[in-house]
Design a protein around this ligand. Structure first.
Ligand code: HEC
Length: 161
């Protein structure tokens, strides 16, 4: 990844092909974020994300990654006995984003979203490990129907009793 990125700066390369340089920088920056590390753990709905060379993730996938990070952060705070606030953890607008596989959208997806939003609201009202785990269970509920790939990863976020 680093090598890929640095090769962009090779002087010969810069002189010979400016456009390629920009492209390369773009790819380098994205790879640099380490976002694609777990690409093989992503959805198993045969999306193009599983192909050898990863295209830029779709907006819903990007927001899901942010939700996963929110989960990690909440877990830390709950375990530390710190309070969590809806300002620090807004419910992201993931359900209106473009997904990798548009066929996931529909009544069932909306039902899962409503359930999930409900568990999120309850967790925000009174954060504790039980409500936190219920929120994660709602993540898993939707994933069982629409995106089984990350389920194992999501379950790892749960707080053991
Ligand atoms: C209502 C359905 C639904 C809910 C609720 C949901 N997800 Fe997702 N999730 C999806 C779908 C659909 C995708 C695939 C998105 C795409 O590829 O564009 C996805 C993708 C993901 C990914 C893979 C992103 C990537 O790298 O491509 C992760 C991780 C993830 N979700 C975590 C979570 C977590 C954590 C929660 C709960 C806090 C959650 N999801 C709640 C439907 C849901």
């Amino acid at each position: 990844m680093l090598r890929n990125f640095c090769s962009c700066f090779h002087p010969l390369f810069v002189r010979t092909n400016g456009i390629l340089l920009i492209l390369c920088l773009f790819v380098g920056v994205f790879q640099g974020c380490g976002e694609f590390k777990n690409i093989e753990e992503d959805c198993e709905h045969g999306s193009e994300m599983r192909a050898g060379k990863e295209p830029e993730p779709k907006p819903m996938a990007r927001m899901m990654r942010a939700m996963y990070q929110q989960g990690e952060q909440m877990r830390k705070q709950i375990l530390a006995g710190d309070s969590i606030s809806p300002d620090a953890f807004p419910l992201l607008n993931y359900h209106n984003q473009i997904p990798t596989d548009p066929s996931v959208l529909g009544a069932e997806f909306d039902r899962h979203h409503a359930e999930f939003a409900q568990t999120w609201a309850e967790l925000m009202k009174s954060p504790d490990p039980i409500r936190y785990n219920m929120m994660l269970q709602a993540c898993v509920g939707c994933h069982q129907d629409h995106c089984p790939g990350p389920i194992k990863k999501i379950r790892k976020l749960s707080i053991e009793p």
